[in-house]
Design a protein around this ligand. Structure first.
Ligand code: KIV
Ligand code: ZN
Length: 525
């Protein structure tokens, strides 16, 4: 199939930390970004786009911290076509042995006229100047003509030729607004191959958004037409409807290898754990029927399907769950399971905990196993994620009591324990138990919160599953995201809110500048 590019190997350029993070509600702290960068390294992605250093001091620090860890993949940062942006990217990424500067400028008529107010020649001059400057600083330079799919083909070919002459080593073709369709994109890539003289000297890349649900299909059309780098994000997170989903595009190339004749370097058994990590961190959980990593992606409900599966799995299964890192049986441990079994399972799930963290998580697991018969992978992940996020005070939840009655306001009483051993207890009324508990927390801590978002997700299966709550809350004009987990969803919500209250109080105490600056100094993986 792929006669358009001789090379079989497709590079996976992950932009979860840059384009993915731009999605509403997906912003991440520095330590969360470091955890994701480490997971992407274990997944064996080729390039990590770690952020947009000129966007904020926090972004700069995050890209720099990731680059300085020198995880292994190429570390890339995004820049507009100006000297300040390019210098910032270089300063942020240079700590990694392999680093890249990615410059972009929009080229479509709509962007030229309404956004940039620049003529065609001016845009080419700006791109050429930026690429030349970036090449003086770094050997590896990527150029993206933003909104390429809506740019006149002949002008796009002119821009790409000029970019290659200026020294770009990768040319990326974005479908910025998710507008193209596979046949049209195939034509665009073949046009560039035919009309840009030195195109075979650079890596041709594709970057698709999912506004019409075709990001994966369009990316596959581009590689079939000769692209050798795919830009994508874990769980397909990103602006609006998101970006090309890493797990889907990788498994399409692997499962249909005989059709595409291509391969990636991805360790596909890390796909599911990485997806879980990103959804736990962002609080954005893929729908149950999401391809590859959705809860139902490998479940068979209809009797006729189950019968076929029992005869031979290939009747209804084109991929094996274990190929994407989903263990056959998700039932793992119970109250009689020991520390060794727990530690082994934690390691299999991709977590690296030190002795202190293992002990803390094991104690939480034992408490949970007393409350519910079967403990699943999702429950264990949830315990570890919440332990990591709620470990610092000043306040810890001692107890919560809630009363509800139809047609009457709910009452909640929270008792908190401070770091210095002092306790405080407050009660409040609310329209429902969650509102009452949040108001009791405000009264107990003296922190006023504006709740912006509340999401509830079940960590595993069954009516006794751990409920995971992710809240986005505004305190002192800053937005914080917090997580909490419990078999009681009101308690999970309280724990999530208490996490953000604690963070805001620590911030106040340190009279911080932006949160991420401070986290830069304290971050650990
Ligand atoms: O969607 C887009 O055009 C981008 C570019 C900056 C590559 O994200
Ligand atoms: Zn994009």
């Amino acid at each position: 199939m792929s006669d358009a590019g001789a090379e079989k190997r497709i590079r996976i350029f992950d932009t979860t930390l840059r384009d993915g993070e731009q999605a509403p509600g997906c912003s991440m702290t520095l330590s969360e970004k470091l955890r994701i960068a480490k997971a992407l390294t274990e997944l064996n992605v080729d390039i990590i786009e770690a952020g947009f250093p000129a966007a904020s001091p926090g972004d700069f620090e995050a890209v720099k911290a990731i680059a300085d860890r020198n995880f292994g993949p190429v570390i890339c940062g995004l820049a507009r076509c100006n000297a300040a942006d390019i210098e910032k990217v270089h300063a942020a990424v240079r700590g990694a042995d392999k680093h890249r500067i990615h410059v972009f400028v929009a080229t479509s008529a709509i962007h030229r006229e309404h956004k940039l107010k620049m003529a065609k020649e001016e845009i080419i001059r700006s791109a050429v100047g930026a690429i030349k400057m970036a090449r003086e600083l770094c050997e590896d330079v990527e150029f993206s003509p933003e909104d390429a799919s809506r740019t006149e083909l002949s002008y796009l070919a002119e821009v790409v030729s000029a970019a290659i002459e200026a020294g770009a080593t990768t040319v990326n073709i974005p479908d910025t607004v998710g507008y193209t369709v596979p046949a049209e994109f195939d034509h665009l890539f073949r046009y560039l191959k035919d009309h840009v003289a030195r195109i075979n000297e650079v890596t041709l890349s594709v970057h698709c958004h999912n506004d019409l649900g075709m990001a994966v299909a369009n990316s596959l059309a581009a590689v079939a037409a000769g692209a050798r780098q795919i830009e994508c994000t874990v769980n397909g997170i990103g602006e609006r409807a998101g970006n090309c989903s890493l797990e889907e595009v990788v498994m399409a190339i692997k499962t249909r290898a005989e059709f595409f004749g291509l391969e990636t370097g991805i360790d596909t058994t890390r796909l599911y754990p990485t997806s879980r990590l990103v959804s736990n961190i962002t609080g954005m959980h893929p729908p149950r029927n999401k391809a590859i990593v959705g809860e139902n992606a490998f479940s068979h409900e209809a009797g006729i399907h189950q019968h076929g599966m029992l005869q031979h799995a290939s009747t209804y299964e084109i991929m094996r769950p274990e190929d994407v890192g989903l263990s056959k049986s998700k039932l793992v441990l119970g109250k009689h399971s020991g520390r060794h079994a727990f530690r082994d399972r934690v390691t299999e799930l991709g977590f690296e905990l030190d002795d202190f963290e293992t002990n803390r998580a094991f104690q939480e697991f034992k408490k949970l196993a007393d409350k519910k018969k079967d403990v699943y992978d999702g429950d264990i992940e949830s315990i570890i994620m919440s332990a990591g996020s709620s470990s610092s005070g000043p306040w810890a939840l001692k107890s919560l009591e809630v009363q509800t009655h139809t047609d009457e306001p709910a009452t909640a009483t929270v008792s908190l324990m401070g770091e210095d051993g002092t306790g405080v207890s407050r009660s409040a009324l609310g329209d429902g138990p969650i509102a009452a508990a949040f108001q009791a927390l405000e009264a107990a801590t003296g922190v006023t919160m504006v709740l912006q978002n509340f999401e509830l997700h079940s960590a595993s299966i069954g009516d006794d599953a751990l409920g995971e709550v992710t809240v986005t809350v505004e305190i002192d004009g800053h937005s914080f995201r917090g997580r909490g987990a419990s078999v009681d969803i009101v308690e999970a919500g309280c724990r999530a809110c208490l996490e953000v209250i604690n963070r805001s109080l620590r911030r106040r105490a340190r009279d911080e500048s932006p949160v991420s600056d401070d986290q830069a100094a304290h971050a650990t993986i």
